[in-house]
Design a protein around this ligand. Structure first.
Ligand code: ZN
Ligand code: ZN
Length: 281
């Protein structure tokens, strides 16, 4: 919208604001930046040091700020970001690959995510994907600059599928909507490589003790629609895949999805999400 405004910049503020009103995308109240009002502003948290794999916050004093590097940079040797790991990723196998998100959950993102996920605000996918795309550019996940390796193909986005019953209830699959919006922002293709084979309890629920057990076997490789009677074909190892989900809490869902994709031959699997839940390690 800012770009459109610039075209009309010479026409005076009244006409300009009439054509492109500066309103908060979430609540519709006045917003100086044309994106969010003062109450709904999403702060860019550039000071936080993040785990180079799972995007968890690292203790402030330990390291300088930084975002996880794109998963395809792991190919071809050790990278400087590999030592930047949280307690969880140092002691266990994270399994979800590299994750990039906008910020923490809850936080500034909470009202946006709740409206997008639970209040039918599908229209928020575009502005949220826009911010996530900016984060991708900042961290080098926008391929045009960083994918110098001719061996690798352009990444594709794989939405984490919602259970059909929940999709019916909600009317849309938020990860799928988000993946399409991110695809438009970054020029990545969306490929629905996964299907959910059974519904699982929501990951954020208190008391869901063994999250890994909850999602174990809950996903499978999708069969192509035209040849559904055939077993799914193996995935191209040169094709990086980025899973897309709204909020990542334990990471068990992403880890399980990544496991299915790797078992089918994918070599480079990462993930994009709006927000990362869970406390600092
Ligand atoms: Zn607002
Ligand atoms: Zn980590």
């Amino acid at each position: 919208m800012e770009g459109h405004r610039q075209v009309w910049e010479g026409c005076g503020p009244e006409l300009l604001n009439g054509l492109y009103p500066r309103v908060c995308q979430l609540c519709g109240l006045f917003a100086e930046d044309g994106f969010a009002c003062s109450k709904h502003r999403i702060a860019w948290d550039v000071e936080t040091a993040r785990c180079g794999l799972c995007f968890r916050r690292l203790p402030r004093a330990v390291l300088e700020a930084g975002l996880p590097r794109p998963p395809w940079e792991a190919h071809g040797g050790r990278r400087s970001s590999d030592w930047r790991r949280c307690r969880h990723c140092r002691t266990g196998t994270p399994g979800l690959g590299r994750l990039l998100a906008i910020g923490d959950y809850p936080g500034d993102l909470r009202p946006w995510v709740l409206a997008f996920k639970h209040a039918g605000r599908v229209d928020l996918a575009r502005p949220l994907a826009g911010i996530l795309a900016q984060q991708c550019v900042k961290a080098g996940w926008n391929v045009d600059r960083s994918l110098g390796n001719a061996e690798l193909k352009r990444p594709r986005l794989v939405p984490v599928p919602l259970a059909p019953s929940r999709k019916l209830e909600r009317g849309y699959d938020q990860a799928d909507v988000l993946a399409r919006a991110i695809g438009l922002e970054l020029g990545f293709t969306v490929t629905r490589k996964l299907v959910r084979t059974r519904a699982t309890p929501p990951q954020g629920e208190p008391g869901s003790r063994s999250r890994t057990a909850n999602v174990s076997g809950a996903f499978a490789l999708a069969r192509t629609q035209l040849r559904f009677w055939r077993a799914p074909s193996a995935l191209d190892p040169r094709q990086p895949l980025l899973l897309v989900d709204d909020v990542v809490s334990s990471g068990a869902t992403l880890a399980e999805c990544a496991r299915v994709l790797r078992a089918a031959g994918a070599k480079c699997v990462g993930a994009l999400a709006l927000a990362r839940a869970e406390k600092a390690s």
